[in-house]
Each structure stands twice: as C-alpha cells, then as structure tokens.
Write a protein that binds this ligand. Structure first.
Ligand code: NAD
Length: 480
C-alpha cells in the first residue's frame, strides 16, 4: 500500500508540518489504498519559497530554451518509464477504466511534455519589431510569469497536471502543484520522475491537500500566476481572489455540453461515438456532451439508439481491460447523482435505462449508465452539471432551435454534432457558443487551444496559446 509520509519540496522529501493525513480509498472496492500527508500553511510557505528560489538561484528562468527543452524531454522519458504505474495508480484512486487511464493518464502526459519541449525550441523569446509611429524599433520580450500555483481535480489528475506543468516549465516558470485529496498518491510518481530527470531543486513542488490548502496557495504573496481546473463554483471563488490580488489566472471549469444529432446522422455510428463523447469515465469528464438533442422526426429512434448503447456498456472492475464504465468517485457523489436523477423523474422525465446501482456490484460506488427521455431544456437535469453517467435526450424542431437549445446553457466548454455531412457539421459548429466542438467525435488536440466560455472558464490550455499563458510580455523601446 503506498504510504508517503513526506512532501516533495525543494528537490527532496520533506516531513510535513502537521500530522494530518489524507486517506485515499478505491471507489471500486471502498478499501483504503494509501495515505499521503495533507500540506498545511507552513508546507505551502516552504514550497512557494523553494519555487521562488529555483526561479532565480538555479537560473531556471534564464536557461536557454534548448536546455529547458532537454530537461522536459528527460522528464517525459522518466514519466514514460512509469506510465503503466501512473495509470494503475490513477485507476485505483478514481476508478477510471484502465484502458482509458493507460492512454490519458499514463502516456498522453509524456506527449504533452514533448510537445511543449518542441514548441519552446521554436518560440522566439525576443522579437525586434520596427516601430510604427516613431523611428527606431521595439524589442518585445516573452519572460516567464514566475511562480505558478497549479490546482487540479481528481477526475484526470496526471493529464490535467501535464496541461499546466509542461507549458509552465517550458516558459521558464517554476511550479507548486496541489493535487486533490481523492488522488493524492499518483503525484508521488511525478516527483520520482522529476528527480530522475535531474530538474533543479524547487522547480516542481507538490503539496496535496483539500480546499483550505488550495485557498492558502492561491492567495499566497509568493505566487505570480494561478492555473486552476475544477468546478465552476470553486473557479468563481478563485477568480474573485485573483481579481482582488490582480493575479493572472486561468480557469478550466465545468460543462453541460450538447450533442446535436442531425436528421441525416447514421444512428448506430452516432450512438457508438456518444459512448465516449458523452459517457466516458462514468460521465466524470468536463467536456462530455451530456445533453443529446434529437430531431423530433427521429426522436424515438435516437432515444432507442442511445438507450441501447448505454445499456450495452460493460460496467465493473476498472482494473479489468474490458471494463468501459467504472464507479463514481465517492459514496456521497453517487448519492448526489441519484438524487438528481430522482428529481428529473419527479419533473416528468422517463428513465429508459439505468437509474440504479448495477446488480452484482455490491462493493464500490457504481451506478448504471442512465438515459432520461422526455426532458425539456429548462429542467434542472438538463441545466446542471451532473458529473455522472446520465444523459438527457431533448427534442428539437429544426436546426435553428437545436442551436438555440445548445446555447441556452450557463456553460460553454464543448459540444458535438453528428451528421453525414462534415461541412454541415462545421457550419453548425460556427454557431455554437463554446470553446471547443467536435464533428462526429470529440477528441481534444494537444496543438489546439482547449478551454471554455461563460461559466466554463477563462483562458486556454494546450497549443501555443497554452504556452503564451505562462509568459509576461515586456516591450523595450529602442531609440531611432
Ligand atoms: P473542485 O472544484 O471541488 O476541486 C478541484 C480542485 O480545487 C481540488 O484540488 C480542490 O481541492 C481544489 N479547491 C476546491 N475549492 C478551492 C478553493 N476555493 N480554492 C483553491 N482550491 C480549491 O472540483 P472536483 O470535484 O475536484 O472536479 C470536478 C469538477 O472539475 C467538475 O466541475 C468538472 O467539470 C471540472 N473539470 C473541468 C475541466 C476543464 O478542463 N474544464 C477538466 C476536468 C474537470
């Protein structure tokens, strides 16, 4: 059983300031799988101080991009060697099926590191521009933002850490990472990889903890930038704090995206596509298309196809490579999802599959994939982010109404369209108020910006835009 009694600060393992410990349980077995120290204020102080020292004394911020890129590549190699261990650990922590965690939590983070290593090699950090309304020239410099506080949720801890770690380090920033208590263990493998890659002490520091630890870190005077992924509720609170401190912040928050099924769609292929675009990781992904919009002319057919797909998914032990649906993160979260389903039914929705705990899985916080028909977009079940395996199927009359319904949401993170005509899909994508969108599938690309509009957040990760977020710009005006 992993039991880490120390925190990774300043390039080594350091005893925590308090005896408070985090207990991590497998959501599939309900058994304790390990413990981690809960970082207190003194630990966060030490981590931020180490990150600040590393910025200057190690010279990290002044290393050539080539040298930093080599360090990122070494970190990618060290993480790749641990990819299967990271995947198994994350699956044990949060119940993500192993077939998915092997790719997303194990190997994709190494790809993110290599992508940003390549990008920083080719990014101009200093650019000379001819002056526009005067003689001379201006040197525009991209300088590292400084010490970054990175706060990540439990649903994809290693992946979402890499979205922050890789561009931050590439830009010359140093990092204090706060993992969630539910997934406080896997970052121990990242610490090992940081040591093996020979990164200077203090460039990466890890302080697991809950909301209090996060709040203390966000408002710490030694932090220059905050990068947050999590709920819109916490994001709003963090945005308020950063607004008061005039501290740059990126917020990747919740979603309630629409899957618009056009009348020309192949329904078998659509339903198969929705298995991953709408129900991946038991619905515990921010970008899932959980509102399925169906043309009235084919409403029954769409409802049946989605119902059959959801009922066919293999639910069970997330460590089994054949499992498609694992458990929810906690007993309390499953109770909440069940109460949202019950409220939907009270409001007139019909459960066409699921809605209950699967037979034969008495241990673990499992819930069968659930489809609700007869739902109106004004119902709470169609408006709130449920973060569980629950799809609602909403009828629309014409494409204009489908776009209106898709946009009638507090959120704007993702969305999909399902059609036989890709150009028509692209045309529709242009009309949806969202940060990302998929035609006939949904798979974010490392080279393109990812993020949301409205209550889904501020700023972007991935792509060159994700690197730009870790620079601050300086213009130096040269005389004529
Ligand atoms: P959460 O907001 O409860 O917690 C996220 C992280 O923030 C945790 O590490 C938590 O300890 C910390 N935290 C909570 N309140 C804080 C505060 N006031 N100050 C500082 N830190 C604080 O979210 P969660 O339940 O862990 O994750 C699920 C949510 O994350 C969902 O809403 C989901 O949509 C969202 N999410 C968004 C994206 C995205 O890229 N947009 C990706 C994954 C998850």
């Amino acid at each position: 059983m992993p039991h880490c009694s120390a925190l990774f600060i300043d390039g080594g393992w350091r005893a925590p300031s308090s005896r408070e410990a985090i207990t991590v349980r497998s959501p599939a077995t309900e058994q304790v799988i390990g413990h981690a120290p809960c970082a207190g204020e003194a630990d966060v102080d030490a981590a931020v101080a180490a990150a600040r020292r590393a910025l200057t004394t190690s010279g990290w911020r002044h290393w050539t991009p080539q040298r930093r890129a080599e360090a990122l590549d070494r970190l990618a190699d060290a993480l790749e060697a641990r990819a299967h261990s990271v995947a198994a650990m994350v699956t044990n922590e949060n119940g993500m099926p192993i077939s998915m965690s092997t790719v997303l939590e194990g190997f994709v983070p190494t790809g993110v590191l290599r992508y940003y290593a390549g990008l920083i090699r080719s990014t101009e950090l200093e650019e000379r521009r001819p002056a526009v309304a005067r003689g001379g020239a201006t040197v525009v410099r991209r300088e590292p933002a400084g010490v970054v506080a990175a706060i990540v949720p439990w649903n994809a801890p290693s992946l979402l850490t890499s979205f922050k770690l890789a561009p931050a380090l590439a830009a010359g920033c140093t990092l204090v990472l706060k993992p969630s208590p539910e997934t406080a263990l896997d970052s121990g493998l990242l610490a090992e990889a940081v040591l093996e890659a020979g990164l200077p002490a203090g460039v990466v520091n890890i302080v697991p903890g809950g909301r209090e630890t996060g709040e203390y870190l966000v408002s710490h005077p030694g932090v220059d930038k905050v990068a947050f992924t999590g709920s819109s509720q916490a994001g709003r609170r963090i945005g308020e704090v950063c607004g008061r401190l005039l501290r740059p912040v990126s917020l990747e928050l919740g979603g309630k995206s629409a899957a618009i099924v056009l009348e020309d769609a192949d329904l078998q292929a659509t339903a198969q596509g929705l298995a991953s675009a709408s129900l991946t990781h038991s619905g515990q992904y921010c970008y899932l298309s959980t509102r399925v919009l169906a043309p009235r002319s084919r409403y029954r057919e769409v409802l049946d196809a989605v119902t059959d797909m959801a009922a066919s998914l293999v639910i069970g032990d997330p460590l089994d490579p054949g499992t498609q649906v694992g458990p929810l993160i906690s007993r309390q979260h499953r109770r909440r999802v069940e109460s949202v389903i019950a409220a939907g039914v009270d409001a007139g929705a019909t459960v066409t599959t699921g809605g209950r705990r699967p037979k034969g899985l008495d241990q673990g916080w499992f819930l069968s994939p659930t489809v609700l028909g007869g739902v109106d977009n004004t119902a709470p079940v169609a408006r709130e982010e449920i973060f569980g395996p629950v799809l609602v199927v909403i009828p629309y009359t014409d494409v204009d109404e489908a776009v209106t319904i898709a946009n009638d949401s507090e959120y704007g993170l993702a969305g999909t369209v399902w059609t036989a005509d890709v150009d028509r899909g692209l045309d529709l994508a242009r009309r949806v108020e969202t940060g990302t969108f998929g035609v006939n599938s949904y798979l974010p690309d490392l080279g393109a910006p990812f993020g949301g509009v409205k209550s889904s957040g501020l700023g972007r990760e991935l792509g060159p835009e994700g690197l730009a977020a870790y620079f601050r710009l300086k213009s130096v005006y040269l005389p004529a």
